[in-house]
Design a binder for this molecule. Structure first.
Ligand code: CCH
Length: 304
């Protein structure tokens, strides 16, 4: 049964949501003190299921609320991101989850010092599991360049865009109980920058096999290790890279972009803003006024 669509939100309503998101970012007891990184990963995993050929998946629908998608091992840990946003949804019930998750990510990136990213709303929420994309569409960090191309070409991204998107690993960390990998890519993982690319190039990354058998690459910052020992800990000095991150260095077409982004933060910010906006729009058809025209879900959206 079609419901009467609600009116399109005003700029003031959207600003109010963004303001609520900004307020929840500071989470002293969570990870590195910020909800920002996991919110960025939530939006990326919501959108990164897109398949251009079948025009399925993507950030429309917020399918991760359902077990079929939310319970995918690739999405382990993202329940924390969704839980952080529940009070925002409760305070602004007019916004769809699909819009909230994507808006939260661009708000968090900007608040963490990253670029302003174009965002458009009007996404709708699925009302059952039937349109949830199949599992297995998200990348596997244990693999290499060929796998990255297989995954990201499916969404319609180029080699340059793959490298720019990978720069999101300036943020956050890996959790052994979520992905099996452990640690953070940069020393300040709640500040958006091009540090990830600089570290990739500058350091001598060594393969390390974790107790679980998972292989990743690590670098021990000796200066930080010395400081850490004084403070009774040494873990803080160890930074990590996934095998997929390392493939950006070894692949002939990816590497020149790693070098350019390491040298030119403004270029990285410009390209990241563009490609992240593209990611969030995958599978979303809009009319000339910017309203979504994905007819199958329109009954749950708002209409202007
Ligand atoms: Fe990522 N990412 N990501 N990633 N990712 C992980 C964490 C984050 C891969 C694997 C992993 C992107 C691309 C890739 C973030 C944003 C993006 C983790 C650790 C793995 C594994 C998860 C855990 O244990 O909690 C692979 C493979 C790819 C292939 O390209 C892209 C694209 C983006 C966004 C544009 C962010 C942010 C995190 C940190 C999450 C957190 O909880 O701190």
């Amino acid at each position: 049964m079609a419901q009467t669509p609600a009116a399109a939100p005003t700029a003031a309503q959207l600003d109010a949501v963004k303001s609520s998101v900004r307020k929840l970012l500071h989470q002293p007891d969570y990870d590195d003190g910020s909800a920002g990184p996991v919110l960025v990963r939530l939006a990326w995993h919501a959108a990164g299921t897109y398949c251009a050929e079948t025009n399925t998946g993507g950030s429309n629908g917020a399918g991760m609320r359902y077990e079929a998608e939310g319970g995918d091992p690739a999405n382990a840990g993202l329940q924390h991101a969704r839980a952080f946003l529940e009070p925002v949804k409760a305070a602004h019930p007019w916004i769809t989850y699909a819009d909230l998750w994507t808006l939260a990510a661009v708000t968090a990136i900007e608040e963490m010092g990253g670029p302003a990213i174009h965002w458009a709303g009007d996404r709708t929420d699925f009302t059952d599991e039937s349109k949830v994309p199949p599992r297995g569409r998200l990348p596997d960090g244990a693999q290499g360049a060929e796998h990255l191309r297989f995954i990201f070409y499916r969404m319609g991204f180029s080699d340059q865009e793959i490298v720019a998107l990978s720069g999101a690993h300036n943020l956050g960390r890996c959790h052994g109980d979520r992905s099996g990998f452990e640690g953070k890519w940069v020393n300040n993982p709640t500040r958006f920058s091009n540090q990830y690319f600089k570290l990739l190039l500058a350091n001598d990354w060594k393969k390390k096999t974790l107790e679980s058998g998972v292989e990743q690459f690590v670098f021990v910052d000796e200066d930080l290790a010395a400081e850490g020992e004084e403070e009774g800990g040494e873990k803080a000095a160890e930074l990590m890279m996934l095998p997929t991150d390392m493939s950006l260095l070894s692949d002939k077409a990816f590497r020149p972009w790693v070098e350019r982004y390491a040298q030119d933060k403004d270029l990285f910010f410009e390209h990241f803003a563009k490609v992240f906006a593209k990611l969030l729009e995958l599978g979303i058809k809009r009319d000339a006024n910017g309203n979504v025209v994905n007819e199958e879900n329109v009954e749950e959206g708002y209409k202007s």
